[in-house]
Design a protein around this ligand. Structure first.
Ligand code: IPM
Ligand code: MG
Length: 357
């Protein structure tokens, strides 16, 4: 197969981790007889520096003209002082929305080799952690009006959160369909005791639940969900929630699995074109030092193979190679443990490539 992949290296550790993922994609192409063409896209801080905008139109168009998009990470202290609408993160939000990617899929799965690295008690970890956060990605407070006014001699800031029924229904469907392919359990997370958006969310989810009688359904308030993820994560299969709750809970979910550096994600809308990125940030403190964990990005590339290109076997081969590198005791600094060997970002890439070939 021939596929065109838009590649956004981004800021901080972005270029290093994307580099390793591209080497893995090339090894897959060679092994299975595919041709991948890569198109460079500037987004985030680097685009602000080069083009004066976090996501120039031309860059969005390159993504829209590709079969899929691979992203490292964006942002950094250099751009922290910029006004909200000119920050690197704005580019990421514009990309998600410009590509119509409303469904963000963030697996929280414990790699057995990393069980010791989980901050949870081992008796909790041993019950298993294997769930997915299905996060609504292009609505809610992230995309409502943002403003700061001068009122009665002081500043007053406002961020508007709103959801329409169709926005809730389409993400709900993704959650129920995903659950059907897994352990058939959906937990919908909201704050229906306080927010109107959450009450509407709950109403639409309940309507959907009737269409999926084979899927077990439960509502959970977001504060309780934060607690339950730490207390008994084995109870979750598919967690569906709005944009900001999903942002927060997916960080918590990744942490309990041992390392945020391991977690990939996919963002999809209608059609097969997606955006694939690790869920961690640009880690400016270790950028350029060849220390970062490339596995989240490598697994994101594997998700791209599976979900956008229907290359199940190729994706499984990448996951197996990652497993073998972990079995061999190789660890980047973020997940280093006793008895393991600490390796650099590129050494981890080398090892995974070795197992893949
Ligand atoms: C994420 C990130 C982004 C978000 C930031 C960088 C805008 O935290 O992908 O979770 O909040 O969505
Ligand atoms: Mg986040």
């Amino acid at each position: 197969m021939e596929k065109q992949i838009a590649v956004i290296r981004g800021d901080g550790i972005g270029p290093e981790i994307v580099n390793e993922a591209l080497r893995v994609l090339e090894a897959v192409a060679e092994k299975y007889g595919h041709q991948f063409q890569y198109v460079d896209v500037d987004m985030g801080g680097i685009a602000i520096d080069r083009w004066g905008q976090a996501l120039p139109r031309e860059m969005l168009d390159r993504c829209l003209a590709s079969d899929s998009v691979l992203l490292g990470a964006v942002g950094g202290p250099k751009w922290d002082g910029m006004p909200g609408d000119q920050r690197p993160e704005k580019g990421l939000l514009a990309l998600r929305s410009g590509m119509g990617l409303y469904a963000n899929n963030r697996p929280a799965k414990l790699w057995k080799q990393l069980a010791q690295a989980s901050p949870l008690k081992q008796e909790i970890v041993e019950k298993g952690i294997d769930f997915i956060v299905v996060r609504e990605l292009i609505g809610g407070v992230y995309f409502g009006e943002h403003r700061t006014d001068e009122v009665n001699g002081e500043q007053k800031a406002t961020d508007v959160m709103s959801y329409s029924e169709h926005e809730i229904e389409r993400i709900g469907r993704i959650a129920f369909e995903t659950a059907r392919k897994r352990r058939k359990k959906v937990t919908s997370v909201d704050k229906a005791n306080v927010l109107d958006t959450s009450r509407l969310w709950r109403k639409v989810m309940h309507q959907l639940a009737e269409e999926y009688p084979d899927v077990e359904y439960a509502d959970m308030l977001v504060d309780n969900a934060a607690m339950q993820i730490a207390k008994d994560p084995s109870q979750f299969d598919v967690v569906v929630t709005e944009n900001m709750f999903g942002d927060i809970l997916s960080d918590e979910a990744s942490m309990i699995t041992g390392s945020i550096g391991m977690i990939p994600s996919s963002s999809l809308g209608e059609g097969s074109r997606g955006l694939y990125e690790p869920i961690h940030g640009s880690a400016p403190d270790i950028a350029g030092q060849n220390k970062a964990n490339p596995i989240g990005t490598i697994l994101s590339a594997a998700m791209m193979l599976k979900y956008s290109f229907d290359m199940d076997e190729e994706a499984a081969a990448v996951e197996t190679a990652v497993n073998q590198a972990l079995d061999a005791g190789l660890r980047t600094a973020d997940m280093m443990a006793d008895g393991c060997r600490q390796v650099s970002c590129s050494e981890m890439g080398d090892a995974i490539l070795g197992y893949l070939k």
